[in-house]
Design a protein around this ligand. Structure first.
Ligand SMILES: NC(=O)c1ccc[n+]([C@@H]2O[C@H](COP(=O)([O-])OP(=O)(O)OC[C@H]3O[C@@H](n4cnc5c(N)ncnc54)[C@H](OP(=O)(O)O)[C@@H]3O)[C@@H](O)[C@H]2O)c1
Length: 583
């Protein structure tokens, strides 16, 4: 993590061309936005073939050292003089000018404000970061260049790839009849995108299977012989749009002209009108990136190596952890509990700060005093932040606090709400770690494989949040135990000390709890999701009239099932040092 007080950033830089291991994580000065530019805190950035080609040898992005990356989805951190479209805090996505605007594989990047649009609210940064370069290529080829019309026959090579799978959706959204090529194993995927005919280019000679095409989108033909095959499927007067800028022989062009064929070579451009159109398609539910794998920024080399296999279904995306809000939240927590520079609180906490911890009054001064009191009482306390998730204006941290060294300590969840870049509100839940647990697991560790290690598995924030929201509603609000069969995976790891492991454990535990408290009422207050983690902050009232308990349940979702659970439970006390509830 970079320190938010020093204007530096982590970036993936190469000082030489070569294999993926030339990509090194370095600490660099944070760039400043120039005239008409915005500075973006990158949250996610797609990886494209041009990234690994430019990494391996000098291509379009000249000069070393080099930071690759043209795709951007992130949060506007600052705006340069003259920018009227955005303000700090806006969530945006777009493509940096190709080729020289490159540099998004970093925590921060600057780019022309007018290359960006607001990120559609319905998709997360991983989705948005997957789209720009590949979707713009498809849009500029099929819509701007070929102007495809309803009913036209469109032939898309490599229809399961980054460009191809988006091109299919764009062509379908314009009413075209779409024929796509891919290996047979990817045909279900093609059909899920709306392809009318899927051709296995390994098993079938597509020039025999496909005829009378109006438009070919060609991302595979590197020479005359290969191009001749693409031309063979076109009807006279059709259009071939190649996205491979390779030389073409004049005789070949003359042959195309004789058949009335229009031949165009497209190089993708940063294009606000195009990104707006892409955002509109996303908002209309007509376009969605399939994210095959995500890697944290530091593992860019792994992302390149996977992409270079040339077998990707959809997109590979780098995610940027340690974003500004999560860094600030972790730093403020550490300052309060571990000791340190209390000016951090002044800098990052709003004067009208609202506190929901029952022991501390409102306001930043009270926060400082609370921290000082804690440190005086527990000078050797330690506080380890184990996982952080952020969504919108909320950041949740799951930590282990040990006030007296050698004791098991407490499981702690903190939620911070940010407003205009500063902490505006705080909720927390603390539970003492018991000496024994019903499952043999501790309250903190990770027992399932996190998503970042598993290329190819589905993990969309929005999807995972919807799944956990439905699970919580069915199991906890409506107390329907069949939710467990629907949503909980067979390898379910339990970290709540009271429930045994596995599906049977959660069924038995929840069943017994519901039987013990027939009037139990659980009210979810906020749900925060990022990647494969979804946290639910709820008020549990076991018997009517009681103050109840504050609970946070944290779930990990993988491939459509809940696979791990951590929690903390705290009784709501009779009185609070502030006028607020714990919720
Ligand atoms: N001109 C531009 O501005 C521009 C912009 C973007 C991309 N491009 C170029 O367009 C190409 C595709 O880019 P991308 O991002 O879509 O790449 P990608 O995601 O890496 O493409 C991978 C896909 O290609 C398929 N594939 C590989 N060889 C194939 C073949 N001979 N026939 C059919 N499918 C094949 C693979 O499917 P199977 O496993 O089934 O083979 C795989 O799903 C790259 O060469 C890239 O440099 C150019």
């Amino acid at each position: 993590m970079t320190n938010p007080d020093t204007p530096t950033m982590r970036a993936i830089r190469q000082d030489t061309h070569g294999s993926p291991d030339v990509l090194k994580e370095v600490e660099l000065p944070r760039p400043q936005p120039g005239l008409s530019e915005i500075l973006i805190a990158v949250r996610a950035a797609g990886v494209n073939p041009t990234d690994w080609w430019n990494r391996a040898q000098p291509m379009t992005a000249s000069g070393l050292p080099l930071i690759l990356g043209w795709d951007v989805s992130g949060v506007v951190e600052a705006v340069g003089t003259g920018v009227t479209l955005f303000k700090p805090g806006d969530e945006v996505f777009g493509m940096l000018p190709y080729p020289h605007g490159v540099g998004s594989h970093a925590e921060y990047v600057t780019g022309p404000a007018r290359a960006f649009v607001h990120k559609p609210a319905g998709i997360d940064h991983v989705q948005a970061g997957a789209l720009p370069l590949a979707a713009l290529t498809a849009y500029q080829a099929l819509v701007d260049t070929a102007d495809i019309q309803p009913g036209q026959r469109v032939f898309i090579h490599a229809a399961a790839g980054g460009v191809g799978h988006l091109a299919v959706q764009i062509a379908k959204s314009r009413g075209a009849y779409v024929i796509g090529t891919a290996s047979a194993a990817k045909h279900d995927f093609l059909r899920s995108l709306g392809v009318d005919e899927a051709v296995d280019y390994h098993a079938v000679d597509f020039t025999e299977a496909v005829k009378d095409v109006d438009v070919v989108l060609d991302s595979v033909s590197l020479d005359t012989a290969a191009r001749a095959r693409s031309l063979a499927v076109l009807r006279p007067g059709g259009t071939l749009v190649s996205i491979l800028p390779v030389p073409v022989d004049p005789d070949e062009l003359a042959g195309m002209a004789e058949r009335g064929i229009r031949y165009e070579v497209l190089l993708v451009e940063a294009d606000r009108v195009g990104v707006r159109a892409i955002a509109d398609l996303v908002e209309a539910g007509a376009l969605r990136a399939h994210v095959a794998a995500t890697f944290p920024l530091a593992e860019a080399a792994k992302a390149h190596a996977l992409g270079e296999t040339g077998r990707t279904t959809g997109k590979i995306v780098l995610t940027v952890e340690g974003t500004v809000k999560t860094q600030v939240a972790a730093q403020v927590l550490r300052t309060v509990f571990d000791g340190g520079d209390t000016t951090v609180v002044e800098r990052h906490v709003r004067p009208d700060y609202i506190q929901h911890n029952p022991l501390a009054p409102d306001g930043p001064e009270a926060m400082k005093a609370f921290g000082a009191g804690m440190r005086e009482q527990f000078p050797d306390a330690t506080f380890d932040v184990l996982r952080v998730i952020s969504e919108g204006d909320l950041v949740l941290l799951h930590s282990r606090g040990v006030l007296v060294p050698g004791t098991p300590g407490m499981a702690v969840f903190d939620i911070f709400r940010f407003q205009d870049g500063k902490i505006a509100e705080h909720w927390d839940i603390l539970q003492e770690v018991p000496a024994t647990t019903a499952n043999g697991n501790d309250m903190f560790s990770t027992l399932s494989r996190p998503q970042v290690e598993v290329p190819g598995e589905r993990w969309f924030t929005a999807y995972n949040k919807k799944l956990v929201t439905a699970f919580v509603d069915q199991l906890l609000v409506r107390k329907d135990l069949t939710a467990i069969d629907t949503y909980v995976g067979p390898e379910y790891h339990q970290h709540s000390p009271n429930f045994p492991d596995g599906v049977a454990g959660v069924k038995a535990g929840a069943g017994a709890y519901f039987a013990q408290f027939p009037q139990l009422r659980i009210t979810p207050k906020r749900i925060i999701a990022e990647g494969d983690l979804v946290a639910v902050h709820s008020h549990y009232v076991e018997t009517p009239g009681e103050r109840g308990r504050a609970v946070i349940d944290l779930f990990r979702v993988r491939d459509g099932k809940i696979v791990e659970h951590w929690d903390a439970v705290q009784d709501v006390p009779e009185t609070a040092a502030n006028d607020n509830t714990m919720f």
